[in-house]
Each structure stands twice: as C-alpha cells, then as structure tokens.
Design a protein. Sequence first.
Lengths: 276, 289
Amino acid sequence: MIDAWAAATIVAVVAGVVGLFTVMRGSAFAAHAIPNGSIAGAAGASLIGAGTLLGLSAFALAGALAIGLLGRRGRHDVATALTLVTMLALGALFVSWSSQYASELYSVLFGEVLGVSSSQLLPTAALGAAVIAAVALLHRPLLLSCALPDVARARGLPALAIELAFLAVLALASAMTVPVVGTLLIFTLMIGPPAAARACADRPARAAALAVALALVTVWTAIAAAYATDLPVGFFVGTVGASWYVAGRGWSAWRTRRRRRGRPAGPAASVDLIAG
Amino acid sequence: MSGALASIVAPGFFASGPVQLAAEIAAVVAAVCGAVGVFAVIRGQSFAGEALGDITTSGGSAAYLVGVAPLWAYVAFALAAAGAMELAGVQRARGRDLATGVVLGAGLGLAALFFYLDSVHTSASGATVTVMFGSIFTVTGTTVRLALGTGAATLAVLAALYRPLTLASLNAELASARGVPVRLVGALYLAVLAAAVALAAITIGTILSTALLIGPAATALRLTRSPGRAVLVAASIGLLALWLGIVLAYDSYYWPPLHRGWPVSFFVVTLIFTGYLLAGALGRVRAAH
C-alpha cells in the first residue's frame, strides 16, 4: 500500500509537469497515442521474456519518432492516428501469440496501482527524475516554440528537433507511468489537471505547480476510493480528472464574466496571448 | 486460375459461413467508413474519431453486462459521447483537442469500471480482447442486418448533408456567409461519425476502428483532391484491406508460431498503413517528375 502511494505520487508529479506542456502545445492526441500504442511493447516484452518497462520505453520512443517524422509530411492528426493503430495492431498480434497475456491486458490498459511492488519504485523514480530534468532543461525552447512560434523561428530554434525532443519526453513519461495507472488513464491525468490549472493560473510556473497539486489530489483520492469501494482505480482517475476540467472551465468562465463587468481588456489579454 | 487461387486461399474458405458473414459486413462497413472518413480527414477530426472509437469500448463492456447486441451499445455510447463532445465545445478551434480528450478520459474510466464488473458478474472471460481488438468471424446474421440498417441510415444523413458539409469543411467562413448553419452541420456530422465508428468497431475492434475510418480516407485524399472521388477510392481501399485481411487471417491458421490464426485486425491495419505510406511515396515520385 505504501508502495502504491509512493509510485502514484511520482506519477502524478510527472504527469502534472509534462501534461502542462502537452496542453500548452496542443499535443493531446500525441499524449493519447504514445502511451496507448506502447501497450504493444508490454505485450511483446512478455512474449520474449524481456522487462515490461524496457518494452514500453522502446515502443513509446518508436511511436514518438514515427509521429514526429510522419507528421512532417501530410496531416499531423492523420499521422498520429495511423501510427497509433499500427502499434495497437502489433499489440493485438502479440497478445494473440501469447497464451496467458490476454488476462494481463486489463492491467496494462487500466493500470494496477495497488499491485505495485517495491522493486518497481526505483526504476519509476529514476525515469521520473530523468523526465523532470529533461523538462527543466528544455522548458525555455518548449514554451517559446508553442507560445510565439514566429519568434522561435526568427531566433533559429530548430522546430523539428524541439518537437521530437518533446515527444521523446512524453514517451519516457508514459513508459514509466503505464505500469502504475495504465495506458488509457495516464492520458486523463495528463490532460484533466493541467487543463484546469491553465484555466486558473496565467503564469507557466504557477500553472505547473497547480497542475501537479491537482494531479496529486486526483491519484490520492482515486487510490483511497478504490481501496474503500473495491472498484477499479481507473474509474476514479477518469471521473475525477474529467471533473477538474469542468471545474476549470467553469472557473475561467466566471472570472471572464466578472472581469468584463469590472474593466475592459486589460493586461490579462496579453497574458492569454502568451499562454495560448 | 483456380490453381493460383488455391495457392492463396486456404481450403474451405468460400464454403465457410463465418467468412461469408464477415465479407458481407466488411462491404457495408468499408462503404460507410470511406464516405464518412473523407470528411473526418478534411475537417481534421481524426482525434474525435479515435476518441469516439475508444469510448465505444465502454459500450462493448457494458453490453456484456446487460446482455444486448454489441452494435446497439457501440452506437448508443458513441452517440452519447458525440453529444458530450459537442457540449464540451468540440467545435471551437481553440481547446478542441482538450474537450475531446476530457470526454475520452471520462469514457475510458467508465470502460475500466464495466470491464471490472464484467469480470465479477459474468463468465465472459476475454471480453477485453474481444471488444478492443474485434472478432469479425463471430459476427452473426442479425448483426449484419443491423449493420446494414445503421449503415444505410448513416449514408442517408451524410448524403443529405453532402453539399453544406463539403462547403463548411473546406471554408467555414464562406459557408456561414452563404447561410449554411455551420454549427448544426458540424453537430450532425459528429453524429454520423459516431455511427461510422460504431460500425468499424464491430469489424476490427473499438480501439482499432480509427484505422478503417482515417486510413483509407487519408490515402484516397493523397491520390485525388476531389471529395466525391476520394469517397469512392476510400471505400474501395477499405474493402480491399478488409477482404484481404480476412483471407490472410483465414490462411494464418496454418502459420507459425501457434498454428492458431493471427488476428484479422492486425492484417487489416497493417495493409491500411502500408497503403498510406505507398500513396505518400507515389505522391513524391509524381511531384519529382
């Protein structure tokens, strides 16, 4: 139980930070596709007897690379969708080859946070630290290229390299989180809390802190509720994550109305421009 | 001729009942997905299609629980999700992916719950794999008729929408200047998309359904620019991929490593993806000349 809390806490911190950049860069689809497609890695690794984390990382990175490169030619969303389904189809093949994996599929898809063992904690923490360090290193070009793409281009920032670097960070983040919350629900954690945080806080640093806090509350509530009711963790992560978004939308709508009544467009308009 | 055919198709293929039903439903689904998918690609709604497909997973898992035909549950859940996306503001350009994503996240949470309840309350083991990766060879005659009805209704709505939808998809400002109710057209199209996704989910599974919706359409739009022609090309590509996938899956009962058959969905998706890459290469060769 202590291990589950520790692992979920690491995951929530990483998901909050990476998720904020995902929301700001508009990469929600990639954040869905990469963890979801990496399930083929988990199935393949179990087939050849390799470590799950290794398989997940390899497939997540390969998917990120394919999305980044295929998206350069042709439509980005089509490239993302087709990369995702191709990886999933491989996953279907691997699952059909292995005789016992089908029963494990559920835990890969929806996570098994209560089954986290202490031996999983160290790799999860190490990967989490690496992801946070990478985001800290990259945060300036990442912010600039999504908030003010023209300025970024004028300064000679390589757009493709930044995109690929971000997708690689996303891939590592999903590889470490999948064993804990599952391929399908890490996405909820990466979108719901950061979206709400962005609606409430204008500065990136404050929004990141808020996103991490909301993600922590989400996983802690979900684990406690799952423990108490015996229902799957994924259900609670999904509903709590979505309700943050609704709350954030409501809050920002209320604030906009109040601001309109108070004073006309003030400095807030320019902050919105930078954030979005 | 028959010798060449026999070397491709394993014995007993044409006499097999499940294969016939699979081929029939493949034809219906390929036609609907080709037509609907072209607009999904033009409008940049791949993510919406993907999200609707994933959400039908919860419909599939709920169907096991209640004991209704999966297609009904797929259609019902996809339409409900389309409504939720519309409410969450999927039509605003800004934050559209977020609205889609949040509905998707909530839908997946429900799927987690229903699969769990399936495993507790029913003896349907392996429901997860069947729902997510499809099982075209288990399609029944009733499902084919149901799919035919759903498909015909979907195509009828799409045909009625065709002109305003084309205009609204290519140039929304011009369309609204001409008095096209862009918002209403968008909402109706989302419902059409939901029905098409539900049909695709029956054949190749809920989380793979996007392949059939987006793949052939994107390939067709790389080959031709006219939406009308693209619909025909996309439907043909989809049909080819599905039928070839069925043949290969039938053959694969004799293949290693298990001699148990590879999943149809794997062949279909791989064929579609290969087609997309080939069409891109063809376009570059054409442009070079």
